[in-house]
Design a binder for this molecule. Structure first.
Ligand code: HXC
Length: 260
C-alpha cells in the first residue's frame, strides 16, 4: 500500500502477517476505508514470498461490531446497488490464496462476524461473542452471513441467530462448529501465532492447495469436490517439497521445505 493505513495496524512475525483492526472508539466498526486498507494489506501479503499465513485480529473488546451503522444510515438503494456496496471490496478477501486465521476476542457482530467467517478458520478468546444482529436494523446480513453461518453451524442455529439477532458466546460457537478453538483471552495471540507458524513451516504449494480444496467443500457438490481434491493431490507429486517431505520422513529428519 502506498500510504500508511489509518484504521488497521500491520506487522509481521517471521513469515506471519498480522493485521489488527484499529477503530477502538467505535468497537472496530468497519467502514469502506478500513475494508479497502484490509484488502490491500491482505493482497500485499498474498503476493509476498516472505509471508506464508496471515492473522486478522481486533482488540479485547471487539474484533468488529459490524459495518459502520452511522455511515450506512443514509445510504439509498440506488447508492448501494450502483456502487456494488460490499461486492466491490469485501469479496476480494475470498480471492486471497494463502491462509487467513481470524483471532477473535470480544464482539464479532454483523459484518464483523462475516469478516471472521471470510477467514479460513476462527480461533476465539473465551470472551468472544458472535452474532448477525442486522434484523434489528431493518436489514439482513449482506457480506455472506446468511450463507456461511448455516454452512458452519447448520440451519437451526443460523436461523435462530439471523432471525432473533441474538449473540452466541465462544463456548456455544465452538460447540456449533463456528470456531475451531477457544482459549483464555490472554492466550489468544499466542495460540493464533502458534497455528500460523505451524502452517508457515509447511510447503506453501501444499498449504494453498489444502485451502483451495477445503473451500470446494463449501461451494460445490461432493463428486466435483472429490475430483478437484484428487487432481490437486496428484499435482503435488510434481513439487520438490513432496520429494523433500517424504524423503525426510523416511530418513527420520525434519523436512526443509523450499515452497517449490
Ligand atoms: C457504528 C458502532 C457500532 C457499529 C458500536 N459502535 N457498534 N458505531 N457502527 N456497528 C459505537 C457506538 O455507537 C459507541 O459510540 C461505541 O461504538 C461503543 O458502543 P456502545 O454501544 O456504547 O457499547 P456497548 O454498550 O458495550 O454495546 C456494544 C454492542 C453495541 C452490543 C456491540 O455497540 C451494538 O449493538 N452495536 C451494533 C452492533 C450491530 O448492529 N452490528 C451490525 C451492524 S450492520 P459512541 O460514540 O456512542 O461512544 C452490519 C451489516 C453488514 O454489520 C453488512 C455487510 C457489510
Amino acid at each position: 500500500m502506498s500510504h500508511t493505513p489509518e484504521f488497521i495496524q500491520v506487522r509481521t512475525e517471521g513469515r506471519v502477517g498480522i493485521v489488527t483492526i484499529h477503530r477502538p472508539k467505535q468497537l472496530n466498526a468497519l467502514n469502506d476505508q478500513l475494508i479497502d486498507e484490509l484488502v490491500a494489506t491482505l493482497q500485499a501479503f498474498d503476493a509476498d514470498d516472505n509471508i506464508g499465513c496471515t492473522i486478522v485480529t481486533g482488540n479485547e473488546k471487539a474484533f468488529a461490531a459490524g459495518a459502520d451503522i452511522g455511515a450506512m444510515a443514509s445510504y439509498t438503494f440506488a447508492d448501494v446497488y450502483k456502487t456494488e456496496y460490499i461486492t466491490r471490496n469485501w469479496d476480494a478477501i475470498r480471492g486471497i490464496r494463502k491462509p487467513i486465521i481470524a483471532a477473535v476476542s470480544g464482539f464479532a457482530l454483523g459484518g464483523g462476524c462475516e469478516l471472521a467467517m471470510l477467514c479460513d478458520f476462527i480461533i476465539a478468546a473465551d470472551n468472544a461473542k458472535f452474532g448477525q444482529p442486522e434484523i434489528k436494523l431493518g436489514i439482513i446480513p449482506g457480506a455472506g452471513g446468511t450463507q456461511r453461518l448455516p454452512r458452519a453451524v447448520g440451519k437451526a442455529k443460523a436461523m435462530d441467530m439471523v432471525l432473533t439477532g441474538r449473540m452466541m458466546n465462544a463456548e456455544e460457537a465452538e460447540r456449533a462448529g463456528l470456531v475451531s478453538r477457544v482459549v483464555p483471552l490472554d492466550k489468544l495471540m499466542d495460540e493464533a501465532l502458534g497455528a500460523a507458524l505451524t502452517i508457515c513451516n509447511y510447503s506453501l504449494p501444499s498449504v494453498m492447495a489444502a485451502k483451495e480444496t477445503v473451500n470446494r467443500a463449501f461451494e460445490g457438490g461432493l463428486s466435483d469436490g472429490v475430483m478437484f481434491e484428487r487432481r490437486l493431490f496428484h499435482a503435488l507429486f510434481a513439487t520438490a517439497d513432496q520429494k523433500e517431505g517424504m524423503a525426510a520422513f523416511v530418513e527420520k529428519r525434519a523436512p526443509n521445505f523450499q515452497h517449490l
